[in-house]
Design a protein around this ligand. Sequence first.
Ligand SMILES: NC(=O)c1ccc[n+]([C@@H]2O[C@H](COP(=O)([O-])OP(=O)(O)OC[C@H]3O[C@@H](n4cnc5c(N)ncnc54)[C@H](OP(=O)(O)O)[C@@H]3O)[C@@H](O)[C@H]2O)c1
Length: 332
Amino acid sequence: MCAAYLPIVCSVFTMGKQALEAMPRFKLNSGASIPAVGLGTWQSEPGLVGKAVKEAVKVGYRHIDCAKAYKNEKEVGDALQELYKEGIVKREDLWITSKLWCTDHNDVEEALKGSIERLQCEYLDLYLVHWPCALKKDAEGTGPEDFVPLNIKGTWAAMEKCYESGLAKSIGISNFTVEKTKSLLSHCKVRPAVNQVECHPLWQQKKLWPYLKSEGIHLTAYSPIGSSNSPFADINVLELPTITKMAEKYKRSPAQIALRWNIQQGHSVLPKSTHADRLASNIELFDFEISEEDLDEFAKIEQHRLLRGDEMWVNDSTSPYKTVEELWDGDI
Ligand SMILES: NC(=O)c1ccc[n+]([C@@H]2O[C@H](COP(=O)([O-])OP(=O)(O)OC[C@H]3O[C@@H](n4cnc5c(N)ncnc54)[C@H](OP(=O)(O)O)[C@@H]3O)[C@@H](O)[C@H]2O)c1
């Protein structure tokens, strides 16, 4: 498994604390290398997110996952500026991702520049189309009156321009199914480097992941510890019997087991926390390995997609998706 899926990570299994200094990375089809662990910033509250970013970088994170929709990019950017000024990290040593919100499909470059300005980072390492849905420019919600037709060909052509201009070093997608990715590949000039999707032991992306691998597209796992405090998550991944059993066996926290499982599949992970102790432990993943035999136990877990807020993308008049099944092309 290692040789095929973990070309970079395998070599650092036993690095322990050293791994914190040189975060393992996965090579993308753009030629860039994405750090294996990134800090999630969704639902990180104002006043806390900047502190979390500073603490995370100090303990070894080199990858921050942002989005215009999280409404906290400015605070993240301010924290990064402080880190540069304190000499703790340089911009070029960081990987900064942001995402095109659904109101901005007709203004891709302007939206990208807006994220760059708030994050104060000159360029993005990765810019993603956040959802395969388009909303009116001034939409504040996702009611039927807010949708406009999605022209993904036009959106992607504009994303390609951002890549060609160097404003985004890699471009990609998020929440795209096999069918939606396939359709994009049929007309793109620049292939998406990444598809960022929900992925954890309870929702392993058993259909999407083999497809992305066959197309050379990297999977980044969002909600990798099951979004445990999210109002949308109805089962706690960290309490699954397989996870608690492995946590006991490997003498690791349940979160570390869930994250390590994802990394051994070849996926980068985006755990979110605003607590210093969790930030530190969520990155201590490179001095142990889950055995092949134990990985087989994960494969037996009955699958259940956790994030339920996706009904917001569905209506029977203006959305391209009349049902949640259509949004996910039946993969639910
Ligand atoms: N592209 C997309 O559409 C999309 C969608 C969802 C998420 N994302 C990205 O993925 C990131 C992560 O996803 P997520 O925020 O949904 O969920 P997550 O990272 O799976 O879970 C975060 C929750 O787990 C708690 N937590 C963190 N470390 C823990 C630990 N060691 N033990 C127990 N609990 C722990 C956090 O609480 P505390 O903060 O209180 O520690 C928080 O409530 C997001 O922040 C965002 O950057 C992207």
